[in-house]
Design a protein around this ligand. Structure first.
Ligand SMILES: NC(=O)c1ccc[n+]([C@@H]2O[C@H](COP(=O)([O-])OP(=O)(O)OC[C@H]3O[C@@H](n4cnc5c(N)ncnc54)[C@H](OP(=O)(O)O)[C@@H]3O)[C@@H](O)[C@H]2O)c1
Length: 245
């Protein structure tokens, strides 16, 4: 039976690749977006041209009341969510000395609170079905730290703590919960970094290149498959060898 997959922040660089990969393997794919209706419309238009039919809902994942409402609406429209990819994320960089409380709160709420806000809404449905897949997107910088990103690194390190705990709570119920920690991937954000800085980043990657969004998406596709039922509570690094644990 077709499974329903929700990718938060699915219109972004990695999210778009995840949505496409999940759709290609036969899932009904839903994405949430934050605020820009025009941008969302043009994303939907473009993906229709490419042969995809995605469902898009507006929701700020840092706000639990919005998550509650949107998941209720999705359940009415499309049924229970079988697969949740907690992908939405932001950065507000600055050294701790200069970091504002607002930059700290914003990053923690969007990258970490969002996991609680969204997972709470879908868990009961997964438990009832005795099947579910939850993937939380972290970062290489949550594993190794990064100058100027104490907020982002704290949130992304917390992501895997959440995954491990919920994995233990749900392992006997057919639900897997895993973390993916991407390294530097060739998304718009990374490609807009000045070429000399980008080259320095690439020099630090043993494989000698940036990752491709499709490489992250294929890992997502594998982890949501029945073949991956024995993988839970894992953090899978996909970083070209830049950080080995
Ligand atoms: N790109 C990389 O190299 C890299 C490396 C390691 C980890 N990651 C992680 O991978 C994930 C995706 O990154 P990306 O590069 O694809 O970033 P991106 O292109 O900026 O996409 C992020 C998405 O998150 C959404 N979003 C932001 N705040 C939100 C909120 N409060 N509520 C709902 N949606 C929100 C944005 O929605 P709108 O478009 O509507 O604003 C956007 O679609 C993030 O968690 C990021 O930390 C990325």
């Amino acid at each position: 039976m077709t499974k329903v997959a929700l990718v938060t922040g699915g219109m972004g660089g990695l999210g778009t690749a995840m949505c496409k990969a999940l759709a290609k393997s036969g899932h009904t794919v839903i994405t949430t977006y934050l605020s820009n209706d025009e941008k969302a419309k043009s994303w939907l238009k473009q993906t229709i041209k490419e042969g995809f039919t995605f469902h898009a809902y507006k929701c700020d994942v840092s706000k639990i009341d919005e998550c509650e409402k949107v998941v209720l609406k999705i359940k009415q429209d499309l049924g229970n969510i079988d697969i949740l990819i907690n992908n939405a994320g932001i950065t507000r960089d600055g050294s701790l000395k200069k970091m504002t409380k607002d930059a700290w709160d914003c990053v923690l709420r969007t990258n970490l609170d969002s996991l609680f806000n969204m997972t709470k809404q879908v868990l009961d449905g997964m438990l009832e079905k005795s099947w579910g897949r939850i993937i939380n997107i972290s970062s290489i910088n949550g594993q190794k730290g990064q100058f100027g990103q104490s907020n982002y690194c704290a949130a992304k390190a917390g992501v895997h703590g959440f995954s491990m705990a919920v994995a233990q709570e749900t392992a006997k119920k057919g639900i897997t919960v895993n973390t993916i920690a991407p390294g530097y991937i060739a998304t718009e954000m990374v490609m807009s970094v000045p070429i000399d800085v980008r080259n320095k980043i690439i020099e630090a990657i043993p494989v000698g290149r940036l990752g491709k969004p499709e490489e992250i998406a294929e890992l997502v596709n594998y982890l949501v498959s029945d073949n991956a039922a024995f993988i839970t509570g894992s953090e899978i690094a996909i970083n070209g060898g830049q950080h080995m644990m």
